[in-house]
Design a protein around this ligand. Structure first.
Ligand SMILES: [Zn+2]
Length: 247
């Protein structure tokens, strides 16, 4: 019995020791560890009065055309993180985004919320949208943004292995428009926190975005008046990209 008990004790001890690593979740490093790769960005480190508007989860048959009209009215270019299944449904909107001088970027094919997504599954999700955009538009996007802004080693590696740069957003520039705040609150959040190099997170897909659209209409002239210009993600983060920022 003594030996059995000893064995059992050793077994339990070993379990305690090894189980946590066996069932451990995805590895997440500090933000600066990822930034050091040169392929992962939250915002630009710059003193230039440049910011980027980014819109996720479209294209949407009602919101996206309205937003494109608005951006045209203000002569501003933005970056659209599109979901592949919606590009499949509304390819003409992907064309319109690019034709009007905006940047298109990859936000997976199915937009599944899954922090524990495997690297292989995510690579399929990214690649399916890349192939779709390439067949529709003739090029692959530069940037990828993970669903929900989740980032783990697996998620970052999946994107980098596919030659995608990863763009999250400035943590102080998420007015949570998807949760349905009034436009005054969205606009105030952006305007109060704005600093050069900010990447602003908004949504044109996923539901009714009237308040987002009204907020965009309000903040653009105010930010221009403060001396800011609007850049696409590539213009903001790859300043050697030879295309001028829109004013
Ligand atoms: Zn999203």
């Amino acid at each position: 019995m003594k030996t059995k008990g000893g064995l059992l004790f050793t077994f339990v001890l070993l379990l305690t020791f090894f189980l946590p690593s066996e069932v451990s979740h995805a590895v997440i490093k500090e933000r600066h560890e990822y930034e050091r790769t040169g392929n992962v960005f939250w915002e630009a480190q710059t003193d230039e009065m440049l910011v980027a508007l980014t819109f996720d989860d479209g294209p949407h048959p009602a919101n996206t055309p309205e937003l494109l009209d608005l951006l045209k009215k203000h002569n501003v270019h933005a970056t659209f993180f599109v979901v592949g299944k919606w590009v499949d449904a509304y390819p003409e909107l992907a064309h319109r985004i690019v034709d009007e001088g905006h940047e298109i970027a990859n936000h997976t094919y199915s937009h599944n919320y899954d922090e524990q997504i495997s690297k292989d599954t995510l690579m399929d999700e990214i690649e399916k949208t890349n192939v779709l955009l390439e067949s529709e538009l003739g090029f692959r996007p530069t940037f990828f943004r993970p669903v929900g802004g989740y980032y783990t080693d697996e998620i970052i590696e999946a994107a980098i292995d596919l030659n995608q740069d990863v763009l999250l957003w400035s943590w102080h520039q998420d007015p949570r428009d998807w949760a349905g705040p009034r436009m005054e609150s969205i606009a105030a959040h952006i305007l109060n926190g704005i600093t050069p190099g900010d990447v602003i997170l908004l949504h044109d897909g996923g539901g009714d975005r009237e308040e987002t659209l009204k907020a965009v209409d309000r903040i653009i002239p105010i930010l221009k008046h403060r001396g800011y210009s609007f850049a696409t993600a590539s213009q903001l983060l790859h300043s050697n990209t030879p295309s001028p920022a829109s004013s």
